[in-house]
Design a protein around this ligand. Structure first.
Ligand code: GLC
Length: 725
């Protein structure tokens, strides 16, 4: 309907109805016959609150949502439709690799195709909004939610956040960027812990990706659970109003995280739920997700003059405007349930999932063992991930694990390994229990079983030409509330690795994880090492394509893999310090380094191998206009197979008014080169790309000397100097 009609509607609504638009509840409250019990009842949630609530989270299904919507609209005084929102993070029914893996593709284009596919499936299931992209910058592998981020670089994160938003929105799904801001930097890597970030770090590293999502048109923003420099994001007026609305120009809906309004009492910045409601609504939170604070206290806060009714009008109108922008007043439910079965796991989506899983795998080591392209060879496939369907990530809430193509199924289906041998080798974990949303998995310890499994694997590996081990942390050891103090591969799996490696030196390891792991032992002992993160529904198929050489790895690390957890947080775009450590330096002690481990990560940002080699010409740099430059290099595939290369541009600001990272990613391009083929890749460099947060917190570029590099990863020295005047 036209906006003036919407304003008329707002004018006709009671205060209770307007507040209702600011309340979000889970789907169970809306099922026929549901009764308010437990914490919600204790907090004072009433049937009236449910009758007027404006949005629902966490349920999907065309039939179910149509039933709920019809019943709800019939009971609503003005027949206002519900908004249905859910976490569609890495796909809906077709599950793509987790976002950290998406980042490893260095292909925002591919991510946009994946979010478009996810939107087609989610909207067919009746959803209107996804709580995605997660644009939190991450540097600490102990934090479980690094799995949901695209990594440690603000430029890379911004490119992906924008691409994901575009893919969602162009296919009818509104996007909610989260978690604003700095949730990716919890002190000690411990979930929900506070974040302490300087203005420079916030503005140069954490804000850009959220802002990229806002510029790409995301309709909602979700503040983070954590406190940022002492203030909870959920009640931070500076963050949610001055920065988000004032500086970034966001005019959409701000929706709290789950019970985050209620958690203001946990942060002890609100003495009770009533004060929490007042703080959050005045800071700029428009919708309260599941804390009941708005439902129970907002009316009284308005009537008592603590909260102006204009603020309620503003929030309610934003929600109505979002519903109207999606045509819900005219089309409140999907036009047909048949769409679901036509689009869920359809051929194009499966093919896209294979492509993304192939392009997100990062080849970390290869001493000539891969690809295993000779079908006459006997290959032993071993490990707890061989038959596991749980490779879709902790946030794939609408998937069916039976949809997963496991590695062993893919090996059998592929025909690439007619002499394949299979052995589980060991359990995923021992003496451990892992939890997920509505899931719990208990692992015991059985010495006899353990030894039997090991022996079986050893015998199989001993008679094979090569052994491939499928190892990694359990899927539920990453994601929300999954911080780890140790970030290694589970001990039982490392023992399996040692025993297999002892009988077959031609051992490769494929590692599944939701985070960078400490891979020192497998890196030292294996002849090949492939990181696949959590590769989704079609991960098994993609892995077999890569192992057999049907596809060549092209992933590059979006987040550094540390030498050990002692290095964490470790990231390439660090500052040099006043006493920079130099590999060939002469000062043995008084420089910025550890005395017991190296400074460098085991594998750095932007790193990844292929089945071919790429050479780079010396970088060429020319000034095309005052203070504008063109940086170029010619890249050649010097190997025997066609493959993709991610050509990366880094820039180092040699000196500035604030300390600068040793280098920063400022561009990348993924290209395909046939054997022997060369291509010149160029990047424009403008002052705007080189703006910094100065001592006054202002963003501006400064004249001075810079060095640009074009190369294979963040360690490239293929550079040339230039000056901004
Ligand atoms: C969670 C997460 C958030 C998610 C929300 C709704 O606790 O922090 O990312 O979107 O609840 O499920």
């Amino acid at each position: 309907m036209r906006e003036e009609k919407l304003l008329e509607l707002l004018g006709e609504m009671s205060l209770e109805e307007k507040i209702g638009q600011m309340v979000q509840l889970t789907g169970d409250f809306f099922e026929a016959g549901s009764v308010i019990t437990g914490p919600a009842a204790k907090l004072g949630l009433s049937e009236e609150n449910v009758r007027l609530a404006g949005s629902v989270l966490g349920i999907a299904g065309a039939k179910r949502l149509k039933r709920i919507q019809k019943a709800y609209m019939e009971r609503h005084p003005h027949g206002i439709p519900l908004l249905f929102m859910a976490d569609v993070i890495n796909g809906f029914r077709t599950v793509f690799p987790v976002p950290l893996a998406m980042g490893a593709t260095f292909s925002p284009k591919l991510a946009k195709e994946a979010s478009a596919a996810a939107a087609r499936e989610a909207t067919a299931a009746g959803l209107h909004v996804t709580f995605s992209p997660m644009a939190d910058l991450v540097r600490d592998a102990r934090w479980g939610r690094v799995m949901e981020s695209t990594g440690e670089d603000p430029y890379l994160n911004g490119r992906f956040a924008a691409a994901l938003v575009e893919g969602y929105r162009e296919n009818g799904l509104s996007a909610c960027v989260k978690h604003f801001a700095g949730y990716g930097a919890p002190v000690a890597g411990r979930e929900y812990n506070h974040a302490e970030l300087s203005m420079q770090t916030l503005r140069e590293f954490h804000f850009p990706a959220y802002e990229a999502a806002v510029r790409a048109g995301c309709e909602l923003v979700m503040p983070a659970f954590n406190t940022l420099n002492g203030v909870p994001c959920t009640s931070d007026h500076w963050l949610l109003s001055d920065v988000l609305k004032g500086e970034m120009g966001f005019d959409g809906v701000v929706i709290s995280d789950w019970n985050a309004v209620g958690e203001l009492t946990g942060h002890r910045t609100a003495k009770d739920l009533r004060q929490a409601a007042e703080e959050a609504v005045l800071a700029g939170v428009d919708i309260d997700m599941m804390s009941m604070a708005y439902a129970v206290y907002l009316k009284d806060l308005v009537l008592s003059g603590r909260v102006p009714e204009e603020r309620i009008d503003q929030a309610a109108f934003k929600v109505l405007r979002l519903k109207n922008s999606k045509g819900l007043f005219e089309h409140p439910w999907p036009d047909s349930e048949e769409k679901e079965s036509a689009v869920f796991l359809c051929g194009p989506h499966r093919k896209l999932a294979v492509r993304m899983a192939e392009e997100s795998a990062v080849l970390l080591k290869n001493d000539g063992l891969l690809p295993l392209s000779n079908p006459s060879k006997t290959v032993a496939f071993i490990g707890p991930y061989l038959d596991s369907p749980d490779t879709y990530g902790a946030w794939a809430v609408f998937q069916d694990r039976n949809d997963t193509v496991t590695v062993s199924q893919a090996v059998r289906q592929s025909g690439h390994f007619p002499n394949a041998l299979f052995a589980k080798g060991c359990d995923m974990l021992e003496n451990a229990t892992v939890y997920g949303f509505g899931k719990r998995e208990v692992f015991g310890f059985d010495e006899k079983r353990r030894e039997t499994l090991f022996r079986e694997a050893e015998e199989m590996a001993a008679k094979a030409d090569a052994a491939v081990l499928f190892l990694g942390e359990h899927m539920l050891q990453s994601g929300e509330a999954a911080s780890r103090g140790e970030i290694g591969i589970p001990d039982v799996q490392l023992e399996l690795f040692s025993r297999v490696r002892a009988v077959n030196k031609n051992t490769a390891v494929v590692v599944f994880s939701g985070r960078p792991l400490d891979l020192r032992q497998v890196s030292a002992g294996a002849k090949a090492l492939l990181a696949v993160f959590m590769p989704g529904t079609m991960g098994g198929t993609a892995i077999v394509h890569l192992l057999s050489g049907e596809a060549a790895p092209s992933g590059r690390l979006p987040m550094s893999f540390p030498y050990s957890v002692g290095q964490v947080p470790v990231f390439y775009n660090e500052t040099s310090t006043g006493r920079p450590y130099e590999k060939n330096g002469t000062e043995p002690k008084f420089v910025s380094k550890y005395i017991d481990i190296p400074n460098e990560p085991l594998y750095p940002f932007g790193y990844g191998l292929s089945y071919t080699e790429f050479s780079y010409s010396p970088m060429r740099l020319k000034e095309t206009a005052p203070n504008e430059f063109l940086a170029e290099a010619t890249v050649t595939n010097t190997g025997a197979v066609g493959a993709k290369e991610v050509v990366q541009l880094y820039i180092r600001d040699e000196a500035a008014s604030t300390t600068r990272p040793v280098r920063e990613l400022k561009g990348f391009e993924k290209i395909w080169l046939e054997p022997g083929e060369s291509r010149t890749v160029g990047f424009s460099i403008t002052p705007d790309m080189l703006r910094i947060c100065d001592r006054d917190g202002q963003f501006r570029w400064e004249p001075g000397a810079f060095t640009a590099y074009i190369g294979h990863d963040s360690r490239t020295e293929n550079g040339a100097e230039f000056c901004l005047r």
